[in-house]
Design a protein around this ligand. Structure first.
Ligand SMILES: CC(C)(COP(=O)([O-])OP(=O)([O-])OC[C@H]1O[C@@H](n2cnc3c(N)ncnc32)[C@H](O)[C@@H]1OP(=O)([O-])[O-])[C@@H](O)C(=O)NCCC(=O)NCCSC(=O)C[C@@](C)(O)CC(=O)[O-]
Ligand SMILES: NC(=O)C1=CN([C@@H]2O[C@H](COP(=O)(O)OP(=O)(O)OC[C@H]3O[C@@H](n4cnc5c(N)ncnc54)[C@H](OP(=O)(O)O)[C@@H]3O)[C@@H](O)[C@H]2O)C=CC1
Length: 405
């Protein structure tokens, strides 16, 4: 690619000959991106040289982005080693976290070193199922009842149709929900080592064809918002979505005092009044301090779908001053993670292995993605412990003044 190629391409857009989004039909993806940067810089006066200084071939991102201009760079750090005794994860793990929030990594790292010193975290994926819930229109509630009954009696027929579109996914169940003349069918899939949103959507569309041909239901929208993707929703908090994962640890009281500069009782009171009572009064769906910080930073660093952090924030943090130590847990009802699939854009993060191996070779199938979920849950637990400690020892603002400014 030469700059003159990009400039010439930009000229053709400016002259109205080409549309901005069709430049890859006329030049290689890197030149197309350069032409868009040229036009954007000209219009805005912005210096886009850093945006254009990316290290991967733009062609490798073609299934991840449209109208590409370049790449954004976010500082990435690492916390660990975090020992995780998981259902899938085992041993010590380093968790990369990408963020622009000063003090966050120091805090999570403090929680990690406290957990490590106490012998490590235990973690388990308690349920796994990626959901897609199309909405259908019917004549009336009598027909809605008829469609629901048909669906319940023909899950196997729907599974045949759905599973014909994938060589990995398995339909677990289909649950009908009715509101007047609307019927929602919440399909849940075992997506193995993939996060599975594309898989579930493609498979569900095939199943919808069967519902429309066999029942009086007419499909209105392939996603009826009861899935519920990228929106905080109680159905996910109760039923789970993606991986439902929990992590916990028991920290001797003296280690709480030595490493977190506070007491177990102070942490318990802060969690009760803040994460439980405060969240309840706020009408929050999640009862935690900042699990979204760790989920977002891990998703960014590991090429997950960053919009699905919405779900990761609906965690519940519990702490209890037991006789033999401070018991702490984080339960994340829906963590949508995967180790395989184009959506992860491995070129961006260099295929860092976290939890299980990168890719789809989990044995049993799905265990790589489960291990990733367990390590992220362990990181979220570390972040909860450290922030609760900082709040109860009154170090929050000083930490951010020192590290975040
Ligand atoms: C900042 C600290 C950790 C100091 O805490 P400290 O105890 O003074 O730190 P320390 O120097 O004694 O080191 C203790 C451990 O911290 C780690 N550590 C210490 N410094 C670093 C560093 N530079 N880089 C990496 N790791 C670091 C490190 O692990 C070290 O242990 P070691 O490994 O040496 O045995 C503490 O004051 C703290 O955690 N404060 C809380 C800050 C925080 O959690 N911020 C993020 C959340 S704020 C937010 O976005 C959410 C919020 C608050 O709005 C949500 C809500 O509403 O609640
Ligand atoms: N479509 C939508 O409505 C939405 C899509 N997304 C996007 O979806 C993407 C994630 O969806 P996802 O389906 O995971 O991604 P991909 O479609 O990118 O990849 C998943 C595919 O990888 C294949 N595969 C290969 N090996 C394995 C294995 N061991 N386990 C499981 N699958 C394997 C499967 O193909 P096969 O099925 O052919 O066997 C599977 O469908 C992200 O980019 C996200 O942003 C997010 C929200 C909504």
């Amino acid at each position: 690619m030469t700059d003159s190629d990009a400039t010439a391409l930009a000229e053709r857009v400016r002259d109205g000959e080409l549309r901005l989004y069709e430049l890859e039909d006329h030049a290689d993806p890197d030149t197309a991106a350069a032409a868009r940067r040229h036009l954007l810089a000209e219009e805005t006066g912005a210096d886009l040289s850093a945006v254009g200084d990316y290290t991967f071939d733009a062609a490798d991102a073609e299934s991840n982005i449209e109208n590409m201009v370049g790449a954004v760079q976010v500082p990435m750090g690492v916390v660990g080693p975090l020992p995780v005794d998981g259902g899938a994860a085992e041993g010590d793990h380093h968790l990369p976290l990408a963020t622009s929030e000063g003090a966050l990594l120091a805090s999570v790292n403090r929680g990690v070193s406290t957990i490590r010193n106490a012998g490590g975290a235990t973690a388990r994926v308690l349920k796994s199922g990626m959901t897609r819930a199309p909405v259908f229109r019917v004549e009336d509630v009598a027909k809605a009842g008829e469609v629901s009954a048909w669906v319940r009696e023909h899950v196997d027929v729907l599974a045949d149709a759905a599973e014909s579109t994938t060589s990995h996914g398995e339909l677990q169940d289909v649950t009908p929900y009715v509101v007047g003349d609307s019927v929602f069918l919440r399909f849940s899939y075992d997506t193995k080592d993939a996060m599975g949103m594309n898989m579930a959507t493609i498979a569900t569309e095939a199943a919808c064809d069967v519902v429309e041909s066999e029942t009086p239901a007419d499909l209105v929208a392939l996603s009826g918002n009861l899935c519920s993707d990228k929106k905080p929703a109680a159905i996910n908090a109760v039923e789970g979505r993606g991986r439902t994962v929990a992590a916990d640890v028991l920290i001797p009281h003296e280690q709480v005092e030595e490493r977190l500069d506070t007491t177990s009782d102070a942490i318990v009171e802060a969690n009760t009044r803040k994460n439980l009572v405060g969240s309840a009064k706020a009408g929050a769906l999640g009862f935690n301090a900042h699990t979204a910080n760790v989920v977002a930073a891990a998703f960014l660093a590991l090429g997950q779908d960053i919009a699905q952090v919405v779900e990761g924030n609906n965690a519940i943090t519990t702490v209890d001053a037991r006789e033999d130590g401070l018991y702490a847990s984080v339960t994340i009802p829906f963590l949508e993670v995967g180790n395989v699939g184009r959506g992860r854009f491995p070129e961006a993060f260099g295929g860092l292995e976290v939890g299980g191996d990168n890719g789809g070779g989990g044995d049993p199938a799905g265990s790589n993605a489960e291990a990733l979920g367990e390590v992220i849950a362990g990181g979220a637990l570390a972040g909860e412990l450290s922030l609760l400690a900082a709040l109860s020892s009154r170090h929050l603002s000083s930490a951010h003044a020192e590290l975040g400014r």
